[in-house]
Design a protein around this ligand. Structure first.
Ligand SMILES: [Zn+2]
Length: 532
C-alpha cells in the first residue's frame, strides 16, 4: 500500500490489444476446454485484453460453443464482443469477389437473421470489411433504375445497414453497439458502396483497416506503409470520437514488415489495436509474425504515450472522391517525408494545402481554391490535377499550369497566394523494385525533391536529406521519424519545429538514435525515433 502511494504513477495504458476468433476459429479452436485454454494463453502472451468472437463468416458458428467461449473469456477477465463477416450469404455478387448481392431478398433476410442471432449474444458487434458490393446482376440492374452503379450501391448499403443490420440488432438488444470496419483501400470506397461519412453517422462506432503489405508485392498492390497512417487519420476526421481503433493482419508480410503495422497504427493514434486473427497468427504460415510482436508490445505501448497532436499540411480527399490516375498517391507523398494532415473537409483558412485529383470530388473545389489563394495560402498541387484545372477561367491568373519537359516543381504566384505544381515523378520516387529498393535519384530529381521539401518546410517539419521512404510525423512539439527503407539512414529535420535548435531524444525503436550533435537522426531499417 505504502509503496503504491510513494512510487510515481505509471502512465495510463494508451493501447489496448484485441484479437478475433473467426467463426471457423470458434469451431476449430474454442469448442473444447483445452482449445479455450490455449487461446487464453495466446491472449496472455500477446497482451490481448479484448476478444471478438465471430458468429458468421460464410459459416455460422454453433450457439452452444459461442456462449461457452464468450463466458469463458469473460470469466478470465477479458472483454468480449461479437463479429460478423458478410460473405457467403445466399446470392453472391456478380463481380466475382466474396461480396454478396444485397438486392436479393433471400440475402437480405439471411443477413437480418445473422444480426438478430449475434445481437442476442453480444452487446457489441464488429462488421469485417466485406460489407460492400459490386453486384451488377439483372436483379440489381432492374432495381437501380436510372441511378449510376456507384450511386445505387451507396444508397443500397445505407438502406441495408439501417433496415437489415442496425434496426433488427437494436430490436433484439437495445444495448448493442455495432461497429463498421472500413477496408484500407480508401480510394475505391465509392465504387463498392462504402460511404464513410453517412455510415459513421448511423453506426455506433467505426474501425480502420491499417493493413500494410510488402511494398514490393504486385499481388497486394504495392502498398506504401504511410497508407496505414493516412487512412487512420482521414477516417478519424470523418468519424471523430466514434473511431475505435486499427486492424491489421499478417497476410503479405514478413515478420519485419508485419511490425511496420503496429508501429504505424499506433503512430496514427489508434487506442485499440486489433490483431486479425487467432487462427492465422497461430498457424505455421504466420506464427512468426505473432512471435515477433509479442516481446515488443511494451515498446509500442510506450510509443503510444508520446503520440498526440498530429499535424502536417492539410491533405484533402473528399468522401466518395475518385482518384483518377492518382490512386493512393497521397500515401506516396507521405512517404517522401512530407507530413500530411488528412482531411475529408476542404481546409478553409489553412496557410497551405495539398491537392490531388481526389479533390475534384468536391464540386466547389475551384471557388474554395480561389478563396484559399486570395487569403495568401500556398497550395501544393499534383501535376494531373494542375492539368485538369488548366485554363479554368475562375483561377486568378491564366498562366499554363502544366510542367515543362524535365521540370519537376513549378511555383506560380496566384494573386496573394502561390501554387506549387509538383511532377508525378516525385511521388513515384517511393516505388520499389522486387527487393524493396528505390531507384537511384538523378541529380535533377534530387534537386527537385529538395526544392519541394524546402517549400513544405515553410509550413511543417520535414527532412531535406532523407531518402524517399522515410516518413516524418509531427506530433505537437515532438516529431516521430520512421525509416521504411531497407538501408540505414542518417538525416536531419528542418521546418518550423526547430531549424537551429538541438533536439532531444524521447523514444527509440530498434536502435534508432539521435547523434551527439543533437541534430542528426540515425535510423536502421524499419526503426523509429521520437525527438522533441
Ligand atoms: Zn445483384
Amino acid at each position: 500500500m505504502l509503496a503504491a502511494i510513494i512510487l510515481p504513477g505509471r502512465p495510463a495504458r494508451a493501447v489496448e490489444w484485441s484479437t478475433l476468433f473467426t467463426a471457423q476459429d470458434v469451431r476449430d479452436h474454442l469448442s473444447t476446454e483445452q482449445g479455450r485454454q490455449e487461446a487464453l494463453a495466446f491472449c496472455r502472451k500477446m497482451g490481448v485484453t479484448k476478444v471478438y468472437i465471430e458468429t458468421f463468416r460464410g459459416y455460422q458458428a454453433d450457439e452452444v460453443t459461442l456462449k461457452a467461449a464468450r463466458d469463458f473469456f469473460r470469466q478470465a477477465g477479458l472483454k468480449v464482443s461479437g463479429c460478423v463477416t458478410t460473405v457467403g450469404i445466399s446470392k453472391p455478387s456478380s463481380g466475382g469477389h466474396s461480396w454478396v448481392c444485397y438486392t436479393n431478398r433471400q440475402t437480405q433476410e439471411r443477413l437480418e437473421a445473422i444480426f438478430r442471432f449475434t445481437a442476442a449474444l453480444f452487446d457489441e458487434i464488429m462488421i469485417d470489411d466485406f460489407f460492400c458490393t459490386d453486384c451488377q446482376c439483372s436483379e440489381c440492374a432492374a432495381a437501380k433504375g436510372s441511378m449510376s452503379w456507384d450511386q445505387y450501391h451507396e444508397k443500397q448499403m445505407l438502406q441495408i445497414s439501417r433496415e437489415r443490420v442496425l434496426g433488427p440488432a437494436r430490436a433484439v438488444n437495445p444495448h448493442v453497439k455495432v461497429i463498421i470496419k472500413f477496408p484500407q483501400w480508401y480510394d475505391r470506397f465509392q465504387e463498392r458502396g462504402y460511404v464513410p461519412d453517412q455510415e459513421a453517422a448511423i453506426f455506433d462506432r467505426i474501425w480502420v483497416g491499417t493493413e500494410l503489405r510488402d511494398p514490393a508485392s504486385d499481388h497486394w498492390g504495392n502498398k506504401q506503409q504511410y497508407e496505414g497512417y493516412f487512412i487512420y487519420r482521414w477516417l478519424t476526421d470523418v468519424g471523430g470520437a466514434k473511431t475505435g481503433g486499427g486492424w491489421f493482419d499478417p497476410f503479405g508480410t514478413t515478420p519485419t514488415l508485419y511490425l511496420d503495422q503496429p508501429l504505424t497504427t499506433i503512430l496514427a493514434g489508434a487506442p485499440e489495436v486489433f490483431l486479425f486473427h487467432y487462427g492465422a497468427l497461430t498457424s505455421p504460415d504466420y506464427h512468426a509474425q505473432a512471435d515477433a510482436l509479442a516481446p515488443r508490445r511494451e515498446q509500442y505501448e510506450k510509443l503510444a504515450t508520446f503520440v498526440s497532436g498530429w499535424s502536417g499540411i492539410p491533405t484533402y480527399k473528399p468522401v466518395s472522391s475518385d482518384p483518377g490516375e492518382e490512386a493512393y498517391v497521397l500515401d506516396e507523398i507521405g512517404m517522401l517525408g512530407i507530413p500530411e494532415s488528412p482531411t475529408a473537409h476542404f481546409p478553409e483558412g489553412a496557410r497551405a494545402a495539398i491537392l490531388t485529383t481526389q479533390a475534384l470530388g468536391d464540386a466547389e473545389l475551384v471557388p474554395k481554391l480561389v478563396r484559399l489563394l486570395a487569403a495568401g495560402g500556398t497550395v501544393f498541387i499534383s501535376q494531373p490535377l494542375a492539368h485538369r484545372l488548366n485554363g479554368d477561367p475562375r483561377l486568378p491568373t491564366p498562366v499554363p499550369r502544366d510542367l515543362d519537359k524535365d521540370q519537376y516543381v513549378k511555383t506560380t504566384q496566384e494573386g496573394e497566394g502561390k501554387l506549387v505544381v509538383f511532377s508525378d515523378a516525385l511521388p513515384h520516387l517511393t516505388h520499389v523494385d522486387g527487393q524493396n529498393r528505390v531507384e537511384q535519384l538523378t541529380p535533377e530529381l534530387r534537386t527537385a525533391l529538395k526544392d519541394l521539401r524546402g517549400k513544405v518546410a515553410d509550413f511543417t517539419v520535414t527532412s531535406l536529406d532523407a531518402p524517399p521512404r522515410v516518413a516524418v510525423y509531427p506530433l505537437g512539439r515532438r516529431v516521430a521519424v520512421v525509416n521504411y527503407t531497407e538501408l540505414p539512414v542518417a538525416c536531419r529535420l528542418t521546418g518550423i519545429a526547430g531549424v537551429a535548435h538541438k533536439l532531444t531524444q524521447l523514444y527509440s525503436l530498434d536502435g534508432a538514435a539521435l547523434a551527439p550533435d543533437g541534430q542528426t537522426l540515425r535510423l536502421p531499417p524499419h526503426a523509429a525515433l521520437v525527438v522533441e
